[in-house]
Design a binder for this molecule. Structure first.
Ligand code: CP
Length: 310
């Protein structure tokens, strides 16, 4: 497999298209291991990974844990709610104390944008960003891209609509970086209050969902992140669904072979109707499956797996 020149995975922004290709090709290659009767290879034997999650997670944390086990890394997950973080220990002190036990990597989720970058400057371990505030969620964008590439055979030239709470979405940011670097055409859509100022300089914006979806190859619906909102960004959830929710009638405006993505967790009936989330165009559970392969690729490439995958 190709060499990967980065020590950390902090975001999609610093990556070259060739890095993204390497990550996706490696994930494609490793995916086969997950279909074996015995899903275990010795590639990362002797490596230790600490999953340090300061925010809740179902998909990202579980898939990192599974990826670590499949690749034979030793791993542990720190639940900050039951750790000394609750006694006031800082992020850096927590990391430094864990690092004194000699791990090789931290997988970090934190509510503060830049927290993984801060650790990368102060720790000797490899750092993987598992989501930092509203900044980036690089492994989510990679698994989205892997899913799109599997379904469409390419990323270049695809028209992808990203709809919803763009303002608070690290998933949107990482996907905009990845998809534009790989030659896809991205259009963003949401209420004006949930679109970051100045984003029009990066890709087109519309406030009308029908316009965003028209002729789309893929539609990525985003969750309304109520936990990051302090004020009234829209009148009501009911009105939000009427203006920006994805139902079957709206899906028909896209291409016939459109795929519908959502990073999860979903707010059914708010940004997406159940008939769409569970319908024939949905690839939402494929995204979750691909999350394991993508995280295996990240671990493998950053930790310099040498034990083989046979
Ligand atoms: N998509 C995603 O990051 O999901 P979790 O918050 O469950 O990890």
């Amino acid at each position: 497999m190709s060499a990967f020149r980065h020590r950390h995975l902090l975001g999609i922004e610093p990556l070259e298209p060739s890095d993204i290709e390497t990550l996706l090709d490696t994930a494609d290659g490793l995916k086969e291991v997950l279909d074996r009767p015995i899903k275990k290879v010795p590639a990362l034997r002797g490596k230790t990974v600490v999953n340090l999650f300061y925010e809740p997670s179902t998909r990202t944390r579980s898939s990192f844990e599974i990826a670590e086990k499949v690749l034979s890394a030793d791993s542990l997950s720190i639940a900050t709610a039951t750790s000394s973080v609750t006694k006031g220990e800082t992020l850096l002190d927590t990391a430094k104390n864990l690092e004194a036990m000699n791990p090789d990597m931290f997988v970090v989720r934190h509510s503060a944008s830049g927290a993984p970058h801060f650790l990368a400057r102060h720790c000797r371990s490899a750092i993987v960003n598992a989501g930092d505030g509203a900044h980036e969620h690089p492994t989510q964008a990679l698994l989205d891209a892997l899913t799109l590439r599997q379904r469409k055979g390419r990323l270049k030239g695809l028209r992808v609509a990203i709809v919803g709470d763009i303002l608070h979405s690290r998933v949107a940011r990482s996907n905009v970086w990845l998809l534009t670097k790989m030659g896809a055409e991205v259009v963003l859509c949401g209420p004006p209050t949930l679109i970051p100022p100045g984003i029009e300089a990066v890709c087109p914006v519309t406030y009308r969902i029908d316009e965003a979806i028209e002729g789309a190859d893929a539609v990525m619906m985003l969750r309304i992140q109520l936990e990051r909102m302090s004020g009234g960004f829209f009148p009501s959830l009911r009105e939000y669904f009427q203006r920006f929710g994805l139902d079957e009638a709206r899906v028909r405006r896209a291409k016939k072979d459109v795929v519908i993505l959502h990073p999860g967790p979903m707010n059914r009936g708010v940004e997406i109707a159940s008939e769409v989330a569970d319908g024939p165009y949905s690839v939402i559970l494929d995204q979750v499956t691909n999350g394991v392969a993508v995280r295996m690729a990240v671990l493998y490439l950053l930790l310099g797996g040498s034990g083989g995958t046979a």
